[in-house]
Design a protein around this ligand. Structure first.
Ligand SMILES: Cc1cc2nc3c(=O)[nH]c(=O)nc-3n(C[C@H](O)[C@H](O)[C@H](O)COP(=O)(O)O)c2cc1C
Length: 167
């Protein structure tokens, strides 16, 4: 029987969904049985051998749907290999100090259910960021609107294949 993995995500504008689906595809290719769904559609977590949970940073916090999911299921997640990832505009195109501050957004969830792996990726914004956001995050005018690095995303997913083997 192949190991079953739940790839759960929160998304507002779709970029985390696309990222979660890419990670799920890589894991499927490595022989895992993967369900990729929004957190609200998770169903019975007892059916899974591991978890990959992703969400964007909104208001400088990991999306509340993700942190609430970890809080509600901490003991189940802590007992199985679990990984977290986030997308963030500041991480992708912000000033260095902003980028350095982003990984800590996963700390509260990591304290509740210790992850086997975490990753931060750049984010996506549909339009040129408003001046306030550019000043706040240190985003240069004309920065790419999609700062996801797909090589990093694929490398994270490949690395997960070994780490999601049950403990
Ligand atoms: C309402 C809102 C708030 C955001 N707040 C932040 C933030 O505080 N820090 C940051 O780095 N990116 C922030 N972003 C950028 C998102 O993290 C980025 O655009 C991400 O790719 C969006 O993911 P989604 O398409 O799955 O919703 C924000 C985006 C939105 C829509």
């Amino acid at each position: 029987m192949s190991k079953r993995i739940f790839v759960g995500y929160a998304t507002k504008t779709g970029s985390t969904k696309e990222t979660a689906e890419a990670i799920a595809k890589t894991l499927s290719g490595r022989g895992f049985g993967v369900d990729v769904k929004p957190f609200a559609q998770a169903g019975d977590l007892g059916a899974y051998d591991g978890f990959v949970l992703g969400a964007p940073v909104n208001g400088m916090a990991w999306h509340p749907d993700a942190s609430a999911f970890v809080r509600a299921n901490a003991s189940t997640l802590a007992a199985k290999p679990t990984a977290y990832f986030l997308l963030s505009l500041a991480y992708g195109v912000g000033r260095a100090s902003m980028k350095r501050a982003i990984p800590a957004r996963l700390a509260p969830s990591s304290a509740l259910a210790k992850p086997v792996a975490t990753a931060c990726f750049g984010g996506v914004i549909a339009t040129e960021p408003p001046i306030v956001l550019r000043l706040l995050f240190g985003i240069k005018k004309g920065s790419p609107r999609d700062s996801r690095n797909w090589d990093d995303i694929h490398a994270f997913a490949e690395g997960l294949a070994a780490k999601l083997a049950p403990r």
